[in-house]
Design a protein around this ligand. Structure first.
Ligand code: ARG
Length: 461
């Protein structure tokens, strides 16, 4: 048999392979809510514009509600002959309300329909992800407030560099997620135009009201060019890029948690609820959730690449390649949802070992810069020379297995006689972080300011 929706010009129906390769219903059924919503807005507009009778519009609208109730209760049926969510819904509508269902598709094509549905879906995913990221930020800010004074080593090249506070370190991620949220907001604002009424590619001869459907669906305006509207998947790519940037940040944080939870670091204990054991080594507690957050970021970034490559060679307007836009976006959204939830739980539920972090900061000559800065400030030595003198002090301390502030004064004086006993006050890790009170610096007072600003903008005050 030929296809009931479009088979008029065909003598033969599609082969089994054609039906299978063509079917998007297994994944695009996730769009059913958006499809019903957009169809109801469309038919209401058709009725208001006198393109279908008010009575038919009401019948179709009530029928769509019935289809929605069935999907809600029983799920969406997967029949490959009906290809996608659009034809599945229209076919069921026809079973419920009869031939009048055929008037729904007036002045519309699946091309503008899917572009509209997908935008609605992505818009919802953006709003959900923004809410989840705000939750993660709240967890970070809470822990940062508790640890505004907790000292840990700061690293460059993963070598101990200068002491920082744990609160400062956690607030660095707050800033990354703040930018991620603003990227989502940009994506949302840019994509919030309605393709409906672009029809297949050229617009329609029916006297439709595109402003009305755009407004009913919460878009700012109808899209300005029908060819662009049905061909554009920038919004999906923007979303995938936003996900990728966030996933990248989550992955870096996950990597740090994994390092910090390792025995040589011993900086944190991850919550049992987000760790797993080993089937052979009884002592093990593995950071699997963090590792999977790190791993999932690779898949999300891959999905961005996947859709960019799908789109890059397509002539205007619609090509069926574009049906492959949905799996990467759906997968990325659900991977992000899980990753953000897991990370929020790890941040909220980890125990930080402040003594261990502090001890690590005290090793590794983290305050060498403070010695050099002291030579500049107190002894008025040019920084380059001070750097050299300090290097000699570190070399000596290292050869004796001592920390800098454990070197006797006479040894320091032997390196440079301008050094006096006041230097010891500058060599403690507490003095080091307290000194770094420049705006955005690691001094506890600055960290508390960062935390206060963040709490305010998150509505935590
Ligand atoms: N299932 C299709 C998709 O997701 C809907 C659009 C089909 N349009 C068409 N002209 N075949 O892209």
């Amino acid at each position: 048999a030929t296809n009931a929706m479009w088979g008029g010009r065909f003598a033969d129906g599609p082969s089994a392979i054609m039906r299978e390769i063509n079917a998007s219903i297994p994944f695009d059924k996730a769009l059913w809510r958006e499809d019903i919503t957009a169809s109801k807005a469309h038919v209401a507009m058709l009725g208001a514009c006198g393109i279908v009778s008010g009575e038919d519009a009401a019948t179709i609208s009530a029928g769509l509600d019935k289809v929605a109730a069935e999907y809600e209760a029983q799920g969406v049926p997967e029949n490959w002959d009906l290809e996608d969510i659009h034809m599945t819904t229209e076919a069921r509508l026809a079973e419920l309300v009869g031939p009048v269902a055929g008037r729904l598709h007036t002045a519309r094509s699946r091309n503008d329909q899917v572009a509209t549905d997908f935008r609605l879906w992505v818009r919802g995913a953006i709003d959900a992800m923004d809410g989840s990221l705000a939750g993660l930020q709240r967890a970070l800010v809470t822990r940062a407030g508790e640890h505004a004074d907790s000292i840990m080593p700061g690293f460059t090249h993963l070598q101990t560099a200068q002491p920082v506070t744990l609160g400062h370190h956690l607030m660095a991620y707050y800033e990354m997620f703040r930018r991620d949220r603003s990227r989502l907001a940009d994506t949302r604002a840019r994509m919030n135009e309605c393709p409906l009424g672009s029809a297949a590619l050229a617009g329609t001869g029916f006297p439709i009201d595109r402003e009305a459907t755009a407004q009913a669906l919460g878009f700012y305006a109808p899209t300005a060019n029908s060819l662009d509207a049905v061909s554009d998947r920038d919004f999906a790519l923007d979303f995938l890029w936003s996900c990728s940037a966030t996933a990248l940040h989550l992955s870096r944080l996950a990597e740090e948690l994994i390092l910090w939870a390792s025995q040589p670091f011993g900086f944190i204990r991850l919550p049992d609820s987000l760790s797993t054991g080993s089937s052979i080594m009884p002592q093990k507690k593995n950071p699997d959730a963090a590792e999977l957050v790190r791993g999932h970021s690779g898949r999300v970034i891959g999905n961005l690449t996947s859709l960019m490559i799908t789109m890059k060679g397509l002539p205007l307007a619609y090509s069926k390649d574009m049906q492959d836009d949905k799996p990467p976006v759906f997968e990325a959204a659900s991977l992000m949802e899980l990753s953000i939830a897991a990370m929020t739980g790890m941040i909220a539920g980890s125990t930080f070992n402040s003594e261990r972090m502090r001890a690590a900061a005290e090793l590794g000559y983290a305050t060498a810069t403070d010695l050099a800065d002291w030579l500049v400030r107190v002894a008025d030595i040019p920084f380059r020379e001070a750097h050299h003198i300090t290097g000699s002090a570190v070399k000596l301390a290292e050869s004796r297995g001592l920390a800098l502030d454990q070197l006797p004064l006479e040894d320091l004086k032997a390196i440079d006689e301008r050094i006096d006993e006041r230097v010891y006050a500058a060599l403690s890790v507490d003095a080091s972080v307290a000194a770094r009170a420049s705006f955005g610096g690691t001094a506890p007072e600055q960290v508390r300011l960062q935390v206060a600003r963040a709490r305010y903008s998150l509505g935590m005050e």
